[in-house]
Design a protein around this ligand. Structure first.
Ligand SMILES: Nc1ncnc2c1ncn2[C@@H]1O[C@H](COP(=O)(O)OP(=O)(O)O)[C@@H](O)[C@H]1O
Ligand SMILES: [Mg+2]
Length: 196
């Protein structure tokens, strides 16, 4: 298990949410280190368990970042995962960033977005990926030379004590369908309802 000192991570900071901080790994720029204070580590602990479970099931890490193992940081719980990198090696940006930057997307952009969202959904459905926080900040648009894909970097794993849906696919898929419908209604439909 890799050990980091919080002071060494600080210059590599890339983002933070309510309970978590993310850094580009000082030892490997192709990895991201995510840490939470030990007292507020529920989400991070859940994700570690969930990534281990996916690894055991041989789920391909196509639309979620590959898990690279836990890290040791004094006072924190954390893990490393593959960094989602664009063709120029900079970290990919969330969908929300592009939507805010571009304003109302045109017909072509909407068609591309629809195709990418369908690919993400089909991947999650096929491998029974459990989402707990689908939103436009947790989905990155990965841009390489002439292809795009969406990667869900946060908010996976079941919040339940006994995650039945993880083991019983029809239950997991029902939950995915419900969560995706809520996400689409709240975040996606308003984009497609725009005038272009
Ligand atoms: N694997 C990754 N590759 C590239 N950027 C990432 C990765 N994971 C997280 N990020 C960036 O860091 C931000 C915060 O990470 P996230 O895991 O969503 O943490 P939080 O739980 O604090 O929301 C993301 O919105 C994204 O911009
Ligand atoms: Mg997040």
């Amino acid at each position: 298990m890799k050990t980091y000192c919080i002071e060494d991570l600080k210059p590599f900071f890339i983002g933070r949410g309510t309970e978590r901080m993310c850094f580009r790994s000082p030892s490997d720029p192709r990895c991201i280190v995510k840490i939470s204070p030990k007292k507020h580590a529920k989400q991070t602990l859940r994700e570690i368990d969930y990534f281990r479970f996916l690894q055991k099931q041989n789920v391909p890490f196509h639309h979620i970042p590959e898990f690279k193992g836990e890290v040791r940081v004094k006072g924190y719980v954390g893990f490393e995962q593959a960094a989602v990198l664009d063709g120029n090696d900079s970290v990919s940006k969330p969908l929300l960033f592009y939507l805010n930057m571009c304003g109302n997307p045109g017909r072509r952009e909407k068609d591309i977005l629809k195709k990418l969202l369908t690919e993400l959904y089909q991947y999650m459905y096929k491998y029974n990926i459990t989402p707990c926080d689908l939103n436009l900040n947790n989905i990155l648009l990965n841009v390489s030379k002439d292809s795009y894909k969406l990667v869900l970097v946060d908010g996976v794993g079941s919040p339940f004590l006994i995650p039945i849906g993880q083991y019983v696919k029809p239950i997991g898929r029902k939950r995915l369908e419900r969560k995706w419908r809520q996400f689409a209604k709240r975040d996606i439909l308003p984009i497609f309802a725009g005038s272009n």
